[in-house]
Design a protein around this ligand. Structure first.
Ligand code: ADP
Ligand code: MG
Length: 216
């Protein structure tokens, strides 16, 4: 059985460095996953918001895809900051500044060749930034209800398949919640029974990230 010391040592090891090809594939994987689910995100937002979340996200990630050549040449830190800046400019709605903040804060906190521990710390720092920006907390039926448990799963040593599973379950678990932040909160009780669109887009991005990182 692996000792706690073994797992500490492992968590300080550098994650496998991403070369330009893998960085490009990672960005494309996340963007394509969102773009493939635009209609679903739109339908979720039509049920408890104003129906623009799919289009907002597509606009942002199409803009990101236009910058692939520049992005793949960047270190991880600058790459995340550049994606964050793009999302702030292009996504719009409430989710644009929030996802922009998530990626910008990840970029600020990530070294170019992070260890697992450093990657987990950067994810946690980015969530703190989103909470501050959104004045929101876990349990309010937002993207945070996926981001926080996914970060906890990664930080506690789950493998990538486990983190992906946590994110998917957490998105589904927003359905019975009553929204108390964002546009869906205007519906009060009527927000109950629908998955939150931002929770779903977060779980899609995490799934794409995990699937891509698991590839050799
Ligand atoms: P808008 O609500 O302005 O139309 P979007 O439809 O693009 O923007 O995004 C809606 C999503 O944004 C929600 O489903 C929710 O997950 C997320 N969201 C909204 N407000 C907040 C907030 N204050 N904190 C965290 N997430 C939020
Ligand atoms: Mg909306």
């Amino acid at each position: 059985m692996a000792s706690a010391e073994d797992s500490m040592t492992r968590s300080r090891e550098k994650l496998r460095a991403l070369d330009a090809v893998r960085k490009r594939r990672l960005i494309v994987a996340i963007a394509d996953r969102i773009i493939a689910h635009v209609d679903e995100l739109t339908a979720l937002d039509a049920a408890i918001g104003d129906g623009d979340h799919g289009h907002n996200m597509r606009r942002g990630f199409e803009a990101v895809l236009q910058d692939l050549d520049a992005l793949e040449a960047m270190g991880l830190s600058d790459l995340f900051k550049a994606i964050g800046t793009k999302l702030v400019m292009k996504v719009g709605g409430a989710s644009g500044p929030l996802y922009g903040t998530l990626f910008l804060a990840l970029g600020k906190a990530l070294p170019d060749e992070p260890s697992r521990e450093e990657a987990a710390a950067a994810f946690a720092a980015a969530i703190v930034a989103v909470r501050a920006r959104g004045k929101s907390e876990q349990g309010q039926k937002t993207m945070l209800d996926v981001l926080i448990p996914s970060c906890e799963s990664f930080s506690s040593g789950s493998n990538l398949a486990g983190v992906k599973e946590t994110a998917a379950l957490a998105a589904d678990a927003t359905a019975p919640m009553r929204a108390t932040r964002g546009r869906a909160s205007f519906l009060g009780e009527r927000s109950i029974g629908h998955v939150d669109p931002g929770a779903r887009s977060s779980s899609l991005m995490i799934a794409a990230l995990c699937d891509e990182l698991r590839k050799a």
